[in-house]
Design a protein around this ligand. Structure first.
Ligand SMILES: N[C@@H](CCC(=O)N[C@@H](CS)C(=O)NCC(=O)O)C(=O)O
Length: 243
């Protein structure tokens, strides 16, 4: 792909899974944006200790390092002007909807998907292998458990460790149903005929849920909505044919 032949931006992220996308949906979101806007890039596995704010994704461009997927999208569009403003035609109402749904996807769905990956045995088996599998035994177990405990503490602070699983799945169902209403039978999110930045978040969530087997509960919830599966397949064909 020419996008990777002449890289402009270096995208630092977690390693890709054999199934396609990487575990971090925020990294998938940013990569989707780069493909939607045809910005040439190359991917490099991030060293978390070098990551500004200790988080991925981050990008480097001509010596500048920018972090946080939303900030990076803003920066690429408005500061560096490397990307066209794909939200420029949105009315005030659609912009408000876009923000509300972005929060639904990122703060609720990615949050719950993260819970399934880090806090359930099936999720953890894949997360551990993908993120810590390359570390030598016995360090792998020690580092993996340490990081897992830190992440689990964040979910425990929200009482998810003592919330019945059925309640968590009901939360997933409500949020996914709202997303299905938004996408409807349209080509892109926001019921539009052209992609906007919200599609990067929506596709990242859906392809992660469907293609990486770390969240079988979330995947089952998504699979009940044929229009979301169709949307994901269309986006994959158009932007990630290699998946
Ligand atoms: N708001 C950030 C969230 C990024 C994020 O949470 N990244 C996770 C991986 S999915 C991470 O790097 N976590 C490491 C940590 O929190 O220590 C963004 O949009 O980029």
């Amino acid at each position: 792909q020419s996008q990777r032949d002449s890289p402009l931006v270096t995208l630092y992220q977690t390693p890709d899974c054999p199934q396609g996308p990487t575990l971090s949906a925020y990294c998938v979101k940013l990569e989707t944006f780069l493909r939607l806007t045809r910005i040439p890039y190359k991917k490099v596995i991030a060293d978390h200790s070098q990551a500004p704010l200790g988080k991925v994704p981050y990008i480097a461009y001509k010596g500048q390092v920018i972090t946080d997927s939303s900030q990076i999208i803003e920066w690429l569009t408005h500061d560096a002007q490397l990307a066209p403003d794909i939200d420029r035609h949105l009315s005030a109402r659609l912009r408000a909807n876009s923000l509300a749904y972005k929060i639904l996807v990122e703060q609720e769905l990615l949050y719950l998907m993260g819970w399934e990956g880090w806090c359930t045995p099936r999720g953890w088996a894949l997360v551990e292998k993908t993120l810590f599998g390359s570390i030598m035994f016995p360090l792998r177990g020690v580092i993996g458990s340490h990081v897992r405990k830190l992440v689990q503490q964040r979910y425990a602070a929200d009482a998810l460790d003592r919330t019945p699983q059925s309640v968590i799945v009901a939360r997933m169902e409500k949020a996914v149903a709202a997303l299905a209403v938004l996408v409807d039978r349209h080509e892109f999110a926001l019921s539009l005929e052209y992609p906007t930045t919200l599609d990067a978040s929506v596709y990242a969530f859906l392809i992660r849920a469907l293609a990486v087997p770390s969240c079988p509960m979330m995947a089952e919830v998504v699979r009940k909505h044929q229009n979301l599966i169709d949307y994901t397949n269309r986006m994959t064909t158009a932007y990630f044919p290699e998946y």
